[in-house]
Design a protein around this ligand. Sequence first.
Ligand SMILES: Cc1ncc(COP(=O)(O)O)c(C=O)c1O
Length: 391
Amino acid sequence: MEKLSSAAELIEKSRPERPVRGLRPHAAGRAARWFLENFPGDVAYAYKANNSVFLIGALYGAGIRHFDVASLPEIEDAVTIPDAHLHFMHPVKSRHAIKRAYDMGVRSFALDSEDELQKILESTGNARDLLLWVRVAVPAINSRIPLERKFGVHGPTAAQLLMKARQAAAELGLTFHVGSQTTTPDAYVTALAEVHKLIVKAGVVIDRLDVGGGFPSRYPDSDPAPLKEFMDVILNDIELLPVRENIKLMCEPGRALVSEAESLIVRVDARRDNGLFINDGGYGMLFDAAHLGFIYPARLVSRAVDSDEELVPFELWGPTCDSIDYMKGPFLLPASVREGDYIEIGNMGAYGRAIAGHFNGYGEYDEVILLDDPILSMYETQEAPARSVRR
Ligand SMILES: Cc1ncc(COP(=O)(O)O)c(C=O)c1O
């Protein structure tokens, strides 16, 4: 794949007809190194966030060997990664998926009900070599995408399920998810307090604890606490758990590992007042901008503008005929943006590619590797990325 120093170089060399995914594997590698250095346990990449081989390769190169997988197709993909440990963390799975996963070597499964426990046992022929994770429901605090309404068990039902799972599991774990893009560490404090109570109440031996994903990325309207603060709080509270010394830890970041590692480069096909009609949108990589109000950093990359040119708020319209194909933003761009300009929309590595569809015949992208820094970073004080290609 072509390597370029920046999105500006891409537009200088060619004026692409299709939207372009600008991958920054070095940013994924930097994020992975940070987690591996700062989290004293297994760092499992949440595969659903972005399955680009370039990003998976960068994560692997940095040392990631554990993967949280949510479906059989993800397992069929990820099982080809050498030495990969796959954790099937979706709490509701089909019998077929459980059996196929087990046949492919997966031993780690999440559950949040006795029915699912039964299903896992029956589908694996009552296997005795399972790592079973009981998913606990915890409150979402300052999270952009709460997940607790759908999955998780709590209270006396959780204690009972833990006891049942203990009898079946070779290893027993607890897992939770505080919600995606959680911007303050207190969500983990509350979650670990729940876990603490549950361990005491159930009175069973726990071998593993998975603090899930939810670690934040940086966006123009979201400036989270430093990741180090999250780790300090988490590790401090884990130390207070009963039988801490025998518990092996895991975390499952998706967004925090790949968000900075992909930009989307789009063309402006029309301008109407402060609305820009661009060639990708809510049915493409900008789903979260259209439907969850995510605001991404944006910059003009097709021409230089005076440094004193005012940045003004724009809204974006996607290319399909549908009026919900609309991204309110605001996206701050130079006031002079016009038809034919190209814009880089940054920090789109988490979930954008994964969700994009083909409505109205769109959904095809070109791809390049970009060697410059992400527009916004949680890791900017870490080592600088290597830049081998210059303009
Ligand atoms: C079970 C599980 N683990 C990890 C993740 C990754 O979450 P995030 O991208 O917020 O880190 C998700 C996201 O939905 C999830 O459902």
